[in-house]
Design a protein around this ligand. Structure first.
Ligand SMILES: [Zn+2]
Length: 267
């Protein structure tokens, strides 16, 4: 009998998962709260109980949603990014870093598409009602259900997907950028990084295959035919990015840097 090979990265994986779970909950809660407020505004105008359905009214509140994203959701993403940054280095300042500003701007733009998504779902429902010759009150009730955050599993599920995707992107962007500045501060001309897969039933085969892949910090990983600067890289193709739970380990002086186990007095 041989014992299974020991996983030298197990403690790091567990600590990473704890940080990720916490960020995921915060981002998911913020997104769902904002969505609730947005839908509560839209519902009386787009699906009045005794008036015609008017999905075009959704865009009246598009700016409201954008403000919610910027004020409620993006700051939670920013917190995750800053938290992981400070575990890697005391160099640089995430608050004023242009890479971070760009990253958060992109994240905000991804999240701003919700009004279009709500509109599309409602139009599909109305068309289905017409096609199937359903009574108007039934169609109205179904549209009202879509326009109610807790009306079905639809929006809680979306909140989970958004939170998982955004937390991983932010964690890994924070580690990536802080490792870059840390290497600059140490005069390391060729910093490296390692891809660390999270083993669970949902792990993509391409990501399991990428486990342990080592490359220059500034060069992309090759994962399933895609080039990703880090796990969850928002510039990568959706099928290699959405709900990815892998993480990034910077390599310092030949040793992987366990970013989940570094305490920094600056928090
Ligand atoms: Zn992955």
């Amino acid at each position: 009998m041989t014992s299974p090979p020991e996983d030298e990265h197990l403690p790091a994986r567990l600590r990473a998962q704890a940080i990720i779970r916490d960020g995921e909950q915060r981002i998911g809660r913020a997104w769902f709260r904002s969505l609730t407020r947005f839908l509560d505004r839209v519902r009386p105008a787009a699906a009045p109980p005794d008036g015609p359905l008017d999905p075009n009214r959704i865009s009246d509140s598009a700016q409201f949603w954008t403000d919610e994203v910027n004020v409620q959701v993006v700051p939670e993403i920013s917190n995750v990014l800053r938290r992981t940054w400070r575990r890697v280095t005391s160099a640089g300042d995430p608050v004023t870093d242009p890479y971070v500003a760009d990253y958060l701007n992109d994240a905000g733009n991804r999240l701003k598409r919700v009004p279009d998504e709500v509109y599309a779902r409602i139009v599909v429902e109305i068309e289905r009602g017409i096609r199937e010759g359903r009574p108007i009150p039934d169609v109205t009730a179904e549209v009202q259900r879509i326009l109610t955050a807790s009306g079905s599993e639809l929006w809680p599920n979306r909140a989970r997907t958004v939170a998982r995707t955004e937390v991983m992107g932010a964690v890994n962007a924070g580690v990536f950028r802080s490792a870059q500045l840390d290497a600059e501060a140490r005069g390391d001309m060729a910093p490296m990084k390692v891809w660390l897969a999270t083993e669970d039933t949902r792990t993509r085969p391409s990501h399991r295959a990428a486990d342990g892949q080592r490359t220059l910090l500034g060069s992309p990983f090759e994962v399933g035919g895609a080039q990703l600067l880090f796990p969850g890289d928002p510039r990568g193709p959706a099928q290699e990015v959405i709900q990815c739970r892998c993480s990034l380990l910077p390599v310092v002086l030949g040793e992987t840097l366990d970013w989940t186990d570094r305490q920094n007095p600056r928090g």
